[in-house]
Design a binder for this molecule. Structure first.
Ligand SMILES: NC(=O)c1ccc[n+]([C@@H]2O[C@H](COP(=O)([O-])OP(=O)(O)OC[C@H]3O[C@@H](n4cnc5c(N)ncnc54)[C@H](O)[C@@H]3O)[C@@H](O)[C@H]2O)c1
Ligand SMILES: [Zn+2]
Length: 411
């Protein structure tokens, strides 16, 4: 955690509750209802009680529990029994041990097919809850109340649910679509600037790789300091929903055109893993920050291969700067360690390739993917990827972290 929650703003006892805005998207034959509001936890509780569940199982982490989840569970409990399951924050707890403990506790609590699992928190409790709901009685209702930008704009707009194993991230999972998503942007805005920035990078990715028509809106919204208001975050959410909603309509399992959402992730995952590895001298790079840097490398690779023009590369540079991610986040990393992690990318296996190739999502223009076959993956010779990673790290060292005060890309 980078910051503590600030105290919640006092509610105006005389004002009406702000109305919730309704949106929808489709996951296969499931139409998912999305409700959006600001400082609307009481409305969220009302929406939950209207689900006519016989029991509620809330899944959260120990940070979010005290501020949001226990309040929601307390209100909902007035209409149906509610169980609050919480795990310590962090990827280390998104695993089968946590899931198995939660399954036993939920069954002890006598959940039935009419019960509802409610995820309250970031992407980690969201994925644990998703898998729990997907496994109990082969699938019971799942509601997401996301509290981070990554969860609101990315992980909940999906049917993918998975936990980590000792082997790798997200290796054990299934598809289980949510019934309902309720977002309180007042809560989401409480995240640290670095977490808000990291989440926003995925929206930048969607615009560059899939929907460049969103770039002018992003130019207006993005701020390197990530001092976003709840209203800004709602706009950022709407941009993400427009893109992910369209892709999921044609590809609910994110296996075909959905692979475009992996733009920047091949090198991004490697930067995340290399920076967080035991003994690393680097500061752990957050997921969205890593994706932004991974997009800079993907644009450089496509340019080196003669596929992507200089203007499109410049637009990448501009948006990555506006979102506030700097190459000097890679300080302490070396090219060979990053290349080692790239060798384990989870897009390997989608298509046949040789060990000297790296399958990557690359663009031929903004919003126009290159790619052979149906997966939009281009096999790139490792030497080209190595040259672009080397250049990323070289430019990171050149910067040396010398930013104006208040630009907290490094906090
Ligand atoms: N399709 C998918 O299923 C999908 C897509 C994208 C990401 N993910 C998963 O999501 C996870 C990352 O999500 P994340 O970054 O939300 O992780 P997270 O759940 O760990 O949340 C990050 C941190 O923010 C804290 N937090 C949560 N809400 C807060 C708030 N309102 N204010 C202040 N702090 C708050 C949490 O306690 C935690 O420490 C990864 O495990 C990733 O694999 C899944
Ligand atoms: Zn991502």
């Amino acid at each position: 955690m980078d910051s503590q929650f600030p105290p919640p703003a006092p509610a105006d006892p005389h004002g009406p509750p702000p109305p919730l805005t309704e949106r929808h998207f489709s996951l296969g034959d499931r139409r998912v209802r999305v409700l959006l509001g600001h400082d609307c936890l009481d409305d969220v509780a009302q929406v939950l009680t209207a689900l006519d569940a016989d029991r509620f199982v809330f899944v959260t982490d120990d940070t979010v529990q005290g501020v949001v989840a226990s309040k929601l569970a307390g209100v909902v409990e007035q209409t149906a029994p509610a169980l609050l399951l919480s795990h310590p924050p962090g990827e280390a707890h998104k695993n089968l041990a946590t899931l198995s403990r939660f399954i036993d506790l939920a069954l002890d609590f006598k959940v039935t097919r009419r019960s509802v699992v409610v995820a309250v928190g970031g992407g980690i409790p969201g994925n644990v809850a998703g898998l729990l709901a997907g496994l109990l009685f082969r699938g019971i209702r799942l509601v997401h109340v996301p509290t981070t930008v990554i969860a609101a704009c990315d992980s909940v707009i999906s049917a993918k649910q998975a936990v980590n194993t000792a082997h790798a991230k997200n290796t054990v999972g299934l598809y289980h679509p949510p019934e309902l998503i309720v977002v309180d942007f007042g809560v989401v805005a409480m995240g640290s600037p670095r977490d808000l920035r990291s989440g926003t990078c995925e929206t930048v990715k969607n615009a560059l790789a899939i929907e460049p028509g969103q770039i002018p809106t992003l130019r207006r919204l993005l701020r390197p300091r990530a001092d976003y208001t709840p209203a800004d975050l709602e706009e950022i959410f709407e941009l993400s929903l427009a893109v992910k909603g369209r892709l999921l309509l044609e590809d609910p399992h994110e296996k075909y055109s959905g692979v475009l959402l992996e733009y920047g992730h091949t090198v991004g995952h490697a930067l995340e893993l290399a920076s967080a590895a035991p003994g690393s001298r680097a500061v752990p790079v957050k997921h969205g920050e890593a994706v932004a840097l991974g997009m800079a490398v993907a644009a450089d690779v496509a340019h080196r291969l003669g596929a992507l023009g200089a203007d499109a590369v410049a637009t990448h540079e501009e948006l990555i700067e506006r979102v506030g991610v700097c190459r000097c986040l890679t300080a302490g990393l070396d090219t060979e360690t990053v290349m080692h992690h790239i060798g384990f990318d989870n897009k390997r296996g989608y298509e046949a390739h040789t060990s000297s190739d790296v399958p990557m999502v690359l663009l031929g223009a903004l919003g126009v993917p290159l790619g052979l076959g149906q997966h939009y993956l281009t096999p790139v010779p490792r030497r080209e990827v190595r040259a672009a990673v080397h250049e990323l790290l070289r430019r990171g060292r050149e910067c040396g972290g010398d930013h104006d005060p208040g630009h907290d890309a490094h906090d």
